[in-house]
Design a protein around this ligand. Structure first.
Ligand SMILES: Cc1ncc(COP(=O)(O)O)c(C=O)c1O
Length: 294
């Protein structure tokens, strides 16, 4: 499976580390390269596991707030100190669905010392429509320590099988391979991932359903005069203008599960993942009902 993946990504198989989800690669990077007291820089709000895993390893997480809903790479670069060992970037960012542009990313990279690991989490990169989006893979041969984190959980729909991967220099992969458990990804997950890599039709259908679903949802939200933020992923934020937790609970009673963004610092926002057309319609009906009743 790793050979097929390497072929698809145009890298060498020994530059890839498979993980029990890309979550495990985040954890392995931290375990392999960091010691208690080391400093890491990460964005917020973003994927909540960065902070959890950094702190669980006894490291100091320097949190840099998003700017205009995007990873603020300028401020992240400004906060690099001699203790900084690793930087997490989430591109596109969960939960805001934003990307950073290529020139902003490259300006940032120029400011990062080559021994500081830049982990670019690209869990949702397959959904991106904007052309001006940097791709971590393009920077792996450079003099910077860039790692691209990818997963089969999102665009490939295999979240339950737990398989993701990191792409990095051969040297870095060698160190991580020495730290990981020998059988960290199970055989069934690898068979599933291999099949997914060959199933171009399913992949294309997923992207087209997602993108057309987004257009439908944007249109309906415009009709209802509800504020939302356009996305480069398969989820997006909606400003419900009231306590998102109560909207979450009421939507749940309608049989629709969304996420309240309270833990992410957005108490009035919900995050919605695009579904099948009938699910999107059901979501709009439920949201209209809940917001009208409140
Ligand atoms: C930004 C981001 N990175 C990584 C992951 C981890 O995905 P997995 O461990 O399923 O590959 C997620 C899952 O929600 C995510 O949102």
């Amino acid at each position: 499976m790793i050979h097929r993946l390497a072929e698809k990504l145009n890298v060498s198989p020994d530059q890839i580390v498979l993980g029990n989800g890309s979550n495990e690669i985040i954890e392995l990077l931290i375990r392999t390269y960091l010691q208690p007291g080391d400093e890491v820089i990460s964005p917020f709000p973003s994927f909540l596991m960065y902070d959890l895993l950094i702190r669980a390893a006894g490291c100091h997480n320097k949190i840099v707030p998003l700017k205009d809903f995007k990873n603020d790479l300028e401020s992240m670069a400004d906060r690099i100190s001699s203790d900084t060992r690793m930087i997490f970037i989430n591109n596109p960012n969960n939960p805001t669905g934003t990307i950073v542009s290529r020139d902003v990313f490259e300006r940032f990279l120029r400011q990062v010392p080559s021994d500081v690991i830049v982990a670019v989490d690209e869990a949702y990169i397959e959904f991106v429509q904007e052309r001006d989006c940097p791709v971590g893979l393009d920077y792996i041969g450079s003099d910077k320590s860039v790692v691209a984190l990818r997963t089969f959980s999102k665009a490939y729909g295999l979240a339950g099988l737990r398989i993701g991967y990191g792409v990095m220099s051969t040297e870095m992969a060698g160190f991580i391979n020495r730290v990981r458990q020998p059988f960290n990804t199970n055989a069934l997950a690898q068979v599933g991932a291999l099949a997914a890599l060959g199933d171009d039709e399913f992949f294309a259908k997923t992207l087209s359903l997602t993108h057309s679903g987004l257009q439908y949802l944007y249109r309906e939200l415009d009709r209802l005069s509800i504020r939302y933020y356009t996305t480069q992923t398969n989820f997006f934020l909606i400003d419900v203008g009231m306590d998102a937790k109560s909207v979450y609970e009421k939507m749940l009673r309608q049989g629709v599960i969304i996420r309240a963004m309270t833990a992410y610092g957005y108490p009035n926002y919900i995050r919605v993942t695009v579904g099948l057309p009938e699910e999107n319609e059901r979501f709009i009906k439920a949201l209209e009902k809940v917001l009208n009743e409140t």
